[in-house]
Write a protein that binds this ligand. Structure first.
Ligand SMILES: N[C@@H](CCC(=O)N[C@@H](CS)C(=O)NCC(=O)O)C(=O)O
Length: 207
């Protein structure tokens, strides 16, 4: 029987939006089917069938139409039992604002520092936007009860995980709070599972 939740995702080492969707879905891993598509930051998607906008990620549930845009996917997965927003309404508002701000303003950063998890650490020069985001995350972490951005693991952490993965390559996790955050992310089921897909890039289905 087809699993209830199907995600179309791009190559794990290359697709930062796919990583976000997967981390949001990770609590649902037992009922998740992943349909992997080859994605290269230069070559784009090799096969965009089933992707209404020609991009990944795409979420399918039951026989519904494909859900596109990572923010909508995150919200929908949260309703199904995936990662959720922070608990307090002030934190929720702040987290949504931060995530959408990143999405709306990250083009230059994404071009300058592509997320290529197959490369060794410390191989790229940091972009100024990356440094600015690291300063903002550092401040947030210092105000947080920890270990995550808003205390417990939330959609905001899924959103900024690929940014942290870029920061590692630029050697800019220089503060105690950011280093501790990276260590906490590495212990999560979602991060560990995603890095497994990076090391073994040809999984067909995961259930
Ligand atoms: N705004 C979209 C962005 C998705 C996106 O850009 N995905 C990339 C992979 S990380 C992609 O599929 N690119 C294919 C293309 O642009 O041809 C979202 O939030 O999901």
């Amino acid at each position: 029987m087809q699993n209830a939740v199907r995600l179309i995702l791009g190559t794990a080492s290359q697709s930062s939006w796919s990583m976000r969707a997967f981390l949001c879905a990770s609590p649902l891993i037992e009922s998740l089917t992943i349909d992997w598509r080859t994605f290269d930051v230069n070559d784009r998607l090799a096969d965009a069938s089933g992707c209404p906008t020609g991009k990944v990620p795409v979420l399918y549930m039951h026989d519904a139409n494909g859900i596109v845009e990572s923010f909508a996917i995150a919200e929908t997965l949260a309703e199904l039992g995936g990662l959720n927003w922070p608990k307090s309404s002030a934190d929720r508002a702040n987290a949504r604002s931060l995530c959408l701000e990143f999405q709306a303003t990250s083009d230059a950063l994404r071009k300058a520092v592509p997320m290529d998890l197959s490369l060794d650490a410390e191989t790229l020069i940091a972009h100024s936007d990356l440094l600015t985001w690291m300063q903002r995350l550092d401040k947030l972490l210092q105000q947080s009860d920890g270990p995550f951005l808003y205390g417990h693991l939330s959609i905001a952490d899924a959103w900024f995980s690929p940014v942290i993965a870029r920061a590692i390559r630029c050697d800019v996790l220089s503060t105690t709070a950011l280093s501790a955050y990276f260590e906490a992310l590495k212990l999560t089921q979602g991060w560990r599972c995603w890095m497994g897909y990076v090391d073994n890039p040809s999984p067909i289905y995961v259930s």
